[in-house]
Design a protein around this ligand. Structure first.
Ligand SMILES: [Zn+2]
Length: 297
């Protein structure tokens, strides 16, 4: 849509340099990027762009979740992580004139500590996003920073694992610690100590809030209160309130809501319900065999 009042206003806005403080990693994948990933891992998501656009036509909320998780499942290797990140950065910089972005990532769903055969070591994940971050700044002039998000529906084990990824395997670009997923049935108080530890490690606290039906209220207050322990100058942070954006394929997904139960096919195994010390073992798998993350094109 163009402005009837000020011709050229739309182009002016398009060309303005911008900052994006809340956007999701996998949720930012455009049809072009998903198509490439689907071609790499055929089976559930079509790689043909026309078929993909039809695939993205959400019938309802449950179908939106189904589609989102199908795309999440395409991120299987460190090279997939690199490709997704670098290409998202390319589109942010060249199509939206972004100059700085804080990308919310969920390493837990890529590491898959509950089933190592399906996930990748955290070392490989970290190397991939950091390589993409450095290359994005070199290639596009876009400064990327990370927010590590707990998938709340996986409970405290996922929080402790994400804390381990943030503290023991901290990527240089990590600036904040977050929490997503449904608030109904997932009490926020259980995450308080994890957020205390994240703040003590110098990370900003940016839990999601408002992912519940009815009047808005912050169920995340218990984890968002308290001063930031960041070594950098404190700054006010908005608590993101998320909803899916337009289902039109040309639009990015933001803040994709998560289902009220752990998305299949992997349940959280009893073995993951262990104390924080045990969670560190999840990330101690050996690094991949000299896998290099590099652009494919
Ligand atoms: Zn969000």
């Amino acid at each position: 849509m163009t402005s009837p009042v000020l011709p050229g206003l739309d182009q002016f806005i398009r060309d303005l340099p911008k900052v994006e403080l809340h956007v999701h990693h996998v949720g930012s994948a455009s049809p072009r990027i998903v198509s490439e990933l689907a071609a790499r891992h055929p089976g559930t998501v079509p790689s043909d762009l026309d078929e993909l656009r039809r695939f993205y036509e959400f019938r309802d909320f449950a179908h939106f979740i189904e589609v989102y998780l199908a795309v999440v499942a395409l991120i299987r290797t460190p090279d997939d992580v690199y490709y997704l990140t670098h290409e998202v950065a390319r589109e942010m910089a060249t199509e939206q004139q972004l100059r700085y972005a804080e990308l919310t990532c969920t390493p837990f769903t890529s590491v898959r500590p509950d089933d190592p055969s399906l996930g990748m070591p955290i070392e490989a994940y970290t190397e991939a996003i950091e390589a993409a971050r450095l290359d994005a700044e070199r290639d596009f002039g876009l400064v990327l920073r990370w927010v590590y998000d707990i998938p709340g529906e996986f409970g405290l084990p996922s929080a402790e694992a994400t804390l381990t990824y943030a503290v023991d395997h901290r990527p240089e670009g990590l600036v904040a610690f977050g929490l997503g997923g449904p608030e109904v049935g997932v009490p926020r108080a259980q995450f308080t100590e994890v957020f205390d530890a994240a703040r003590a490690a110098g990370l900003h606290s940016v839990p999601h809030a408002g992912r519940r039906p009815g009047p808005r209220r912050s169920g995340s207050r218990c984890v968002s209160s308290g001063p930031s322990a960041s070594a950098t100058a404190p700054r006010p942070r908005r608590t993101p309130r998320c909803s899916p954006t337009s289902p039109r394929p040309a639009h990015r997904w933001r803040c994709a809501p998560r289902p009220t139960s752990p998305p299949g096919p992997w349940p959280v195994s009893p073995s993951t319900r262990s104390p924080p010390s045990a969670t560190r073992a999840w990330s101690s798998r050996s690094a991949p065999t000299t896998r290099r993350c590099s652009p494919r094109r």
